[in-house]
Design a protein around this ligand. Structure first.
Ligand SMILES: CC(C)(COP(=O)(O)OP(=O)(O)OC[C@H]1O[C@@H](n2cnc3c(N)ncnc32)[C@H](O)[C@@H]1OP(=O)(O)O)[C@@H](O)C(=O)NCCC(=O)NCCS
Length: 192
C-alpha cells in the first residue's frame, strides 16, 4: 500500500513539474526522483564544488577552485532534484562548431542510475540546436592503470565519443597522468 502511494505521488509530482514547465527546463522522472535541467547561476558554484569534493577518487584538490572559476566563465548546466543539484556540466565553446566539456560530474549517491546520460543528452541537444558539430572531452587514459576511470571512459564511449589521442604530459596535468582525448560529432540541427 505504501509502495502504491509512493508511486502515485511520484506520478503526481511529475505531472506537477510538467504543468509548471519553465522555458529551458526539461524533466525526467525515475524511481529516485524528479529531475530537471537548468543553466547554472553564480550562486550554484558551492553545490558544484560539493559534488566534486564528494568524488575524491576522481578529482584532485585543485579541482574545486577550477570548477568554481570555470562555472563563472563558461556555460554550465545543472541536473537538479527539486532545488538540489545532483550533477553538472561545464562546457567551453571554442568555435561556433566546436566545444570542450571541461567538467562533468554526478553526485556520488546518484551515479550509475542514468542521470549522467540524461544530462549529457540534454546538454548536447541544446548545443546541437545552437550549431555545435564537434565536442571534446579529456579524461584519464587507460594507460594510467587507475581503476576508477574505467567507468568514466565507458561512459564517454557509450555516448559515441572516440579516442583520438593520448597526451602525457598534458599542460596543467601532472606527469604520469596520460590524458585520453575523446571527440564526438553532433548531427546538424534540424532547424539549421
Ligand atoms: C562518469 C559519470 C559522469 C557517468 O554518469 P552516471 O550517471 O554515473 O552514468 P549512467 O548511469 O548514465 O551510465 C551510462 C553508461 O556509463 C557506463 N558506466 C557508468 N557507470 C559505470 C560503472 N560503474 N562501470 C562501468 N561502466 C559504467 C556504462 O556504459 C553505462 O551504461 P549502462 O548503464 O547501459 O551499462 C559519473 O559516474 C561521474 O560523475 N563519475 C565521476 C566523475 C567523472 O568521472 N567525471 C568525468 C570526468 S572526464
Amino acid at each position: 500500500m505504501r509502495q502504491l502511494w509512493t508511486v502515485r505521488s511520484r506520478v503526481d509530482n511529475c505531472l506537477a513539474v510538467r504543468e509548471n514547465h519553465l522555458p529551458g527546463w526539461t524533466d525526467r522522472c525515475d524511481d529516485r526522483g524528479v529531475l530537471a535541467v537548468r543553466r547554472a547561476k553564480p550562486a550554484d558554484a558551492g553545490d558544484c564544488v560539493a559534488i566534486v569534493r564528494g568524488l575524491p577518487e576522481y578529482f584532485t584538490e585543485d579541482v574545486p577552485d577550477k570548477v568554481a572559476a570555470d562555472l563563472l566563465a563558461h556555460s554550465t548546466w545543472l541536473a537538479v532534484d527539486g532545488r538540489t543539484p545532483v550533477g553538472f556540466a561545464i562546457v567551453e565553446r571554442r568555435f561556433a562548431h566546436a566545444a570542450e566539456i571541461l567538467w562533468f560530474a554526478i553526485t556520488a549517491s546518484r551515479r550509475g542510475h542514468g542521470v549522467g546520460s540524461w544530462l549529457l543528452d540534454r546538454v548536447l541537444g541544446e548545443l546541437s540546436e545552437d550549431g555545435l558539430r564537434l565536442i571534446e572531452v579529456k579524461t584519464l587514459d587507460a594507460g594510467a592503470g587507475y581503476e576508477p576511470y574505467r567507468a568514466t571512459r565507458a561512459f564517454w564511449e557509450k555516448h559515441g565519443f572516440l579516442k583520438i589521442d593520448t597526451i602525457d604530459p598534458l599542460p596543467d596535468w601532472s606527469p604520469g597522468n596520460p590524458a585520453a582525448i575523446y571527440v564526438a560529432s553532433l548531427p546538424p540541427a534540424l532547424s539549421g
